[in-house]
Design a protein around this ligand. Sequence first.
Ligand code: ADP
Ligand code: MG
Ligand code: ZN
Length: 332
Amino acid sequence: MEYEAVIGLEIHAQLLTDSKAFCSCTTRFGAEPNSNTCPICLGMPGVLPVLNRKALEFTVRMAIACNCTVNQVSRFARKNYYYPDLPKNYQISQYEMPVAEHGWVEIETSQGVNRIGITRIHMEEDAGKLIHDEQKPLSYVDLNRTGVPLIEIVSEPEIRTPEEAAAYLRGLHSILVYLQICDGNMQEGSFRCDANVSMRPVGEKSLGVKTEVKNMNSFRNVQKALQYEIDRQIEQLKEGVRIVQETRLFDPVTGTTAPMRSKEQAHDYRYFPDPDLLPLKVEDGLVSALRETMPELPIEKKKRFVEQFGIPSYDAGVLTASRELAEYFEET
Ligand code: ADP
Ligand code: MG
Ligand code: ZN
């Protein structure tokens, strides 16, 4: 039997705001551990979060770039979990009512240009960082990153190959950096990806059971992890073994994935509207004002370079990979 892969990606991008999502602490990277904190991001009882307006504007800019509908009203929700690096033990996120949904982006691979649907873009806060001592049975926690604004961009399960997944990721990374809403620094974790993949017989319409590979921060690793998962799942299916829905981790050294935990269902998080935050209203005026200030996006710029300057598509891709380089080329 011939199988095809079905891939959907979840991207977390850190927004380039000066202050955190719901308090005025700085988001600056590399400070003394736990120095960029206050009672709000430390999760003290009785404090009240207030949304960072810039974080909303940046999210709307990304929504526009991804051809999403921006919802006039959305809602923050509490995602409950046992988070050693998020002392409130819930993450402020969005659930039933995200800021934006129903979008798409164009990607280009050796197979040509293709459209990938964007299910939703929602805002949430980041957790802190655990540092595990390698000698002693001891862990440290640094809450500087706790409360830093993120957007989560969820794709439709419309990606079919690891190559397409990498192209999608590169495309979104480049849009975020062009929009100047994310520094795109993957080593520092400003752009990370969870990759979901399942297999199904070619021609089958319904979706198979998926596994999710968590928290990868390089395009190559996502591509390798997906290829490994595809091969592993096909082998299991051929042996008649059922795929179990689970969360897995990729080891870049061995190039393999291993189970991390059985997958939680949404109801395990007991999402509910955050009573500390009002429903979020996005005025039409804000969306249209931001629409006016949108830069030309990489894929459009690339098309224009090919048409206007008569250069090969590959060259145009290289020249538009970074906004600075593209602008420098054009000025020259
Ligand atoms: P979860 O609640 O496990 O995060 P979602 O339904 O919200 O699952 O989907 C998360 C991501 O997984 C999305 O990008 C979606 O496109 C993708 N996805 C969902 N079901 C499948 C499937 N059967 N195979 C591959 N990808 C899937
Ligand atoms: Mg998920
Ligand atoms: Zn704070």
